[in-house]
Design a protein around this ligand. Structure first.
Ligand code: LLP
Length: 400
């Protein structure tokens, strides 16, 4: 049991709190599900890129799925071996590609023919052969929020099957490209298995057709996206997930890769904020807290549901909106929740904030980003300090 009161006392609010033992459990569940095969769990660094989180996962054996050279550097700094790092993303700058090649990471994931041309040219300039995979867009509806759905042709991600095939043939002929993997990712917060199975079937068929023309790939990367419980969702069991994918790989001896972010860290994190005061506007109740949309954006951006609890008070009360101090009506954490009466200073705990929480925080309204605390075997330590006003203005110049 985490003592949130003691943490608020020690580190102040607003605060992110992560349970590292929970992170371990989630990682192990997934690793075990794929234990029948060679597998690599490449943690999607974008979900929570705190160096201590990445180091913890690296210690468990995880690789890293990165979407910018900054994330690649984080992964290397955190101790992820270079041969477990992949670099994905729909648009990469030449300098990012060059640095990734110099870093000698496991592979660069290509999302267009144009990008393949750039990677080939840069590898040629460096006198290298670039290990690459290609992201295939299987045109499958993942049945999730439109902002986090990625596997349909109307989305900007990946290439269609025919283009992918053409690209593999070209890459295989190139002296500067070494096609080693194939990749798909149909969306995030997936709660249905069928779309994943369909996508894996389409991509595995492509792998077999490539094998028939002597293009042999080593890595079958199924992306991330496993959903978690925010409210009352029925989620996919890692075992069923693994079985569904493995079932499509008959005749293929490949290393399975997956890139979970949310599944690993989502429910291992909380956002802790303090009640400033309550007010009622013509019968509408508001609980105003010291955290805001700049700290945790998901409710404002996706209308995402996060469980909200007033620490130490379990009774229900009149429906209330939990809102922050930012000058936007969209600055809320919850709407119309039956919450107990609160006093200034009460602590409000926002659940499921470990993924896409701190990483999406900003300094809007000149608000310093919160501190982050890790709890490991009952002991807590600060893994990122709260920003100060000086941090916020450090890069600005008074030039008038
Ligand atoms: N791999 C690729 C290629 C991805 O695009 C993503 C997420 C992942 C892996 C990790 O997905 P996960 O296992 O965490 O679902 N900010 C949004 C989520 C954006 C996800 C973007 N891509 C949110 O707060 O829900």
């Amino acid at each position: 049991m985490i003592d949130f009161r003691a943490l608020a006392e020690r580190y102040d609010t607003p605060l992110y709190v992560y349970d590292f033992n929970r992170i371990t459990e989630q990682y192990e569940k997934l690793k075990k599900a794929f234990s029948g095969r060679k597998s690599l769990i490449s943690y999607a660094v974008k979900a929570n890129s705190n160096l201590s989180v990445i180091t913890h996962l690296a210690g468990l054996g995880a690789g890293a799925d990165c979407v910018s050279i900054g994330e690649v550097k984080r992964a290397l700094t955190a101790g992820v071996p270079k041969y477990k790092i992949i670099f994905s993303g729909v648009g990469k700058r030449d300098d990012e590609i060059e640095e990734a090649l110099r870093d000698d990471i496991l592979m660069i994931n290509l999302e267009s023919e144009a990008e393949m041309g750039r990677v080939e040219a840069i590898a040629a300039k460096l006198g290298m052969q670039a290990r690459v995979s290609i992201r295939v867009n299987p045109n499958i509806d993942p049945k999730t929020h439109p902002y986090i759905s990625t596997g349909l042709h109307e989305n900007k991600f990946g290439v269609d099957i025919e283009t992918a095939k053409r690209m593999y043939i070209a890459a295989n002929k190139s002296a500067h490209l070494d096609p080693v993997g194939i990749h798909f990712h149909i969306g995030s917060q997936l709660t249905e298995l069928e779309p994943i199975k369909e996508a894996a079937t389409i991509v595995a068929d492509l792998v077999r057709s490539l094998l028939a023309i002597k293009i042999e790939l080593k890595f079958f990367d199924i992306g991330g996206g496993l959903g978690i419980v925010y409210d009352d969702e029925t989620t996919i069991e890692p075992y069923d997930y693994a079985q569904a994918v493995l079932g499509t790989l008959y005749g293929l001896d490949m290393t399975i890769m997956c890139e979970p972010g949310r599944f690993i860290v989502g429910n291992a994190g909380w956002f802790l904020t303090r009640v400033l005061y309550e007010k009622v506007n013509e019968g509408k109740r508001f609980i105003i807290v010291d955290g805001a949309m700049n700290d945790l954006l998901r409710p404002s951006l996706y209308n995402a549901y996060h469980k909200v609890e007033v620490v130490g008070k379990s009774e229900e009360g009149a429906p209330a909106d939990v809102v922050g101090p930012v000058c936007e009506s969209g600055d809320f954490f919850a709407k119309n929740r039956p919450l107990p009466p609160t006093e200034p200073g009460d602590l409000v705990l926002i659940h499921s904030a470990g993924a896409y929480g701190f990483v999406m925080a900003s300094n809007y309204n000149t608000r310093p980003r919160p501190a982050e605390v890790a709890v490991i075997d009952g002991a807590d330590r600060c893994i990122r300090q709260r920003e100060t006003f000086d941090d916020l203005v450090r890069l600005e110049k008074m030039c008038l």
